[in-house]
Every structure is written in structure tokens, then in C-alpha cells.
Design a protein around this ligand. Structure first.
Ligand code: NAD
Length: 328
């Protein structure tokens, strides 16, 4: 089994790469390291340093390896930045993905696993959010994921590809052995920001305390990165067993508010999180919680690290031992 992992040096892709590698699969990573880290990969995993936009590089790669499947993590993923620079987002997230799919088709590689996002739903009308919920993205990032899902639907209907699209909710936590975790140059995710506030003493800004939620702060569904990684393995099996293309939500069907996350972080670390209260961030839905029964039913996915305490504890072990991420 040979799998190409595009964006495999990033936070989620590197954990999936390690999991596949530990299962004795043959993996090759393609990453331009614009946001990822060579050190996040096992040294025995080949890393092709380059970008998806480079058609010649992709053709060369597909002619030197016979891939059974491609897992695609590479994207820009900052909502605010996508509003400020939509063309860069549509180019990297949509056009480059189409480029990748075209080369896959030319080389007869059909199995594709795509990192989609809860951002395709926009402001939900219903909680928990089922897969069939209307898609109404509210920023270019969400649209870019929705557009790729449409490309995949159409391409699958024409027998060009068979795919699984996994709509992650809030990926969080770190490898339980403490050696791999989140290291984003511009971090926007709540759990690392909370733990970094503890480590640096620089306050965490809580973005909005007047939402229509029990404590006034936003509620999110956090999923441990290793549970997410396991879902990719199951999705790969599912595709190789000739099952139909499918889209699944990936979350724990349980929401935690920003204040709840802060209080669990304080309990786990035994330290106080320095906090300041800021305005709402435009386009942040008050509540995002996944309906995730479909993936449990269809793939037999079962989260092993669903407790918020475990998610935060693994993240804490990573951040305190790697205060400068992979550069530590
Ligand atoms: N982290 C989350 O909570 C979350 C939630 C929903 C969806 N997602 C999606 O999951 C995927 C992975 O997220 P992440 O947090 O691991 O991101 P990340 O930024 O850590 O990883 C992305 C990787 O892709 C690489 N990359 C980007 N553009 C590339 C290109 N053109 N060619 C080659 N490599 C390129 C980067 O260098 C990086 O290593 C993304 O598609 C993201 O949109 C993430």
C-alpha cells in the first residue's frame, strides 16, 4: 500500500503520516514547508519538498511511484486571512487541488481523502449539525472547502475519482507521547493559544462574551488529532473496499465553551490563564457541534481521546516541552 500525503508536514498531516508509517504502509510526503515542519516527520519517510501548483513535479512524482491513494491536507486555513486575501485562498485550496486531481487522473490514481471543514456550513441552523445540513459558508476559506467538495462530487459522478471528504470540526491535542503537536506560525486555535498564554504570561483574548450561549462565549466541538488520524485509516480501507464516495463530519458531538476550555486548562496545568475580553470576531458562529453518527455507523470510527481533559492534557505535554514548537 503506497500513499501520497500532500501537506503531510503540517499539524494533522504529520500525525496521519506517522500513523500510516507505524502501520508499515509505504508513505511519501509532498509539502512545500510553507507552513509545515520537516522535523514533524519520521526521518525514514521520504519528503518531497515542493508545491501542488508544480504540475511537472507532480507528474514526475506520479511516474516514479505507483500510489494507491492520495490524502490531501495542504491548504491555507486562516479564516481572517481568507477574507483579506481570497485569491490566494482560492488559488491554493481550489485551483491547486484541481491540479492535483488532474495529475492523479492522468496516472490512474483514483482514491482521494480530503480534509474538509465545518466551515462549509457557515452559521448552523441546527445543532448538532448533520452532514446534509445546508452549506452556506461565510468566508472564502469555507467556500474553498465547499468548492472542492463540489469538484469531488462532479468528478466522482464521472468516475474520475472515488473520495472521502472528512469535515473536521476543531482539531486539537497532541500525540500522547508528547513529541508531536500543533506548531502554527500564526496560531488562531483556542487550545494552543490558551496554553501559550500560560507559558508566556501574554493574555489570551476571549473573542466575544455576549453570545447567546450559557456563559456568553462561543461553543466548539474539539476532536483529538489522533482520533482524526484514525478516521483517515478507516476512510482509506473504506475506499479500497470499493465503497461509494462519501462525506463525513468528524467531531465528538459535544460542545465546550471558550470559558469551559480555559477552566479545564487551569485545572490540568494548575495555573491561571491570563485573559482579556475582546470583541466578537466577525463571522464566528456562536455554536458549532458535529453530528458524527454517520462516520461511526459507516466506518466504525470510535474516538479514543474524546474527553476534553485528555485533549488539553496531551496538548499541554507538547507545549510545555516544546515552547517554540519543532524549533525547541
Ligand atoms: N486544524 C484544524 O482544526 C482544521 C479544521 C478543519 C479543517 N482543517 C483542514 O485540515 C488540513 C490540515 O490542517 P492543519 O491544521 O494540519 O494545517 P497546517 O497548516 O499545519 O498543514 C498544512 C500543510 O500543507 C502544506 N502546504 C500548504 N500549501 C501547500 C502547497 N501548495 N503545496 C504543498 N504543501 C502545501 C503546509 O506547508 C503545511 O505543512 C487543512 O486542509 C485544513 O484546512 C483543519
Amino acid at each position: 500500500m503506497k500513499v501520497l500525503i500532500v501537506g503531510g508536514a503540517g499539524y494533522i498531516g504529520s500525525i496521519v503520516t506517522r500513523l500510516l508509517f507505524e502501520k508499515q504502509m509505504d508513505v511519501v510526503v509532498l509539502d512545500n514547508l510553507s507552513l509545515g515542519h520537516r522535523k514533524a516527520l519520521p526521518s525514514a519517510v521520504p519528503l518531497i519538498e515542493g508545491g501542488m501548483a508544480d504540475a511537472a513535479l507532480l507528474e514526475n512524482l506520479f511516474s516514479s511511484h505507483r500510489f494507491d491513494a492520495v490524502m490531501h491536507f495542504a491548504a491555507f486555513a486562516l479564516v481572517g486571512e481568507s477574507v483579506a486575501a481570497p485569491l490566494a485562498y482560492y488559488h491554493n485550496n481550489v485551483a491547486n487541488t484541481v491540479n492535483l486531481l488532474r495529475v492523479m487522473k492522468a496516472f490512474g490514481v483514483r482514491h482521494f481523502i480530503f480534509s474538509s471543514s465545518a466551515a462549509v456550513f457557515g452559521i448552523p441552523q441546527k445543532i448538532p449539525i448533520p452532514e446534509a445540513h445546508p452549506k452556506a459558508p461565510i468566508n472564502p476559506y469555507g467556500w474553498s472547502k465547499h468548492m472542492v467538495e463540489q469538484v469531488l462530487e462532479d468528478s466522482a459522478a464521472a468516475q474520475e475519482v472515488r473520495f472521502v471528504s472528512l469535515r473536521y470540526f476543531n482539531a486539537a491535542g497532541a500525540h500522547p507521547d508528547g513529541t508531536m503537536g500543533e506548531d502554527h506560525a500564526r496560531e488562531t486555535h483556542l487550545i494552543p493559544l490558551t496554553l501559550q498564554a500560560i507559558l508566556t504570561g501574554k493574555p489570551l483574548t476571549v473573542l466575544g462574551t455576549d453570545y447567546d450561549t450559557p456563559d456568553g462565549t462561543c461553543i466548539r466541538d474539539f476532536i483529538h488529532v489522533l482520533d482524526l488520524a484514525e478516521a483517515h485509516l478507516l476512510a482509506l480501507d473504506y475506499l479500497l473496499n470499493q465503497k461509494e464516495s462519501a462525506v463525513f463530519n468528524l467531531g465528538n458531538q459535544k460542545g465546550f465553551s471558550v470559558k469551559e476550555v480555559i477552566s479545564v486548562a487551569e485545572k490540568i496545568t494548575g495555573k491561571t490563564v491570563p485573559v482579556i475580553h475582546g470583541d466578537r470576531r466577525p463571522g464566528d458562529p456562536p455554536v458549532l457541534v458535529a453530528g458524527s453518527e454517520k462516520i461511526k455507523r459507516a466506518l466504525g470510527w470510535k474516538p479514543r481521546f474524546a474527553e476534553i481533559e485528555t485533549i488539553i492534557e496531551t496538548a499541554w505535554n507538547w507545549h510545555r516541552s516544546h515552547p517554540f514548537g519543532y524549533a525547541s
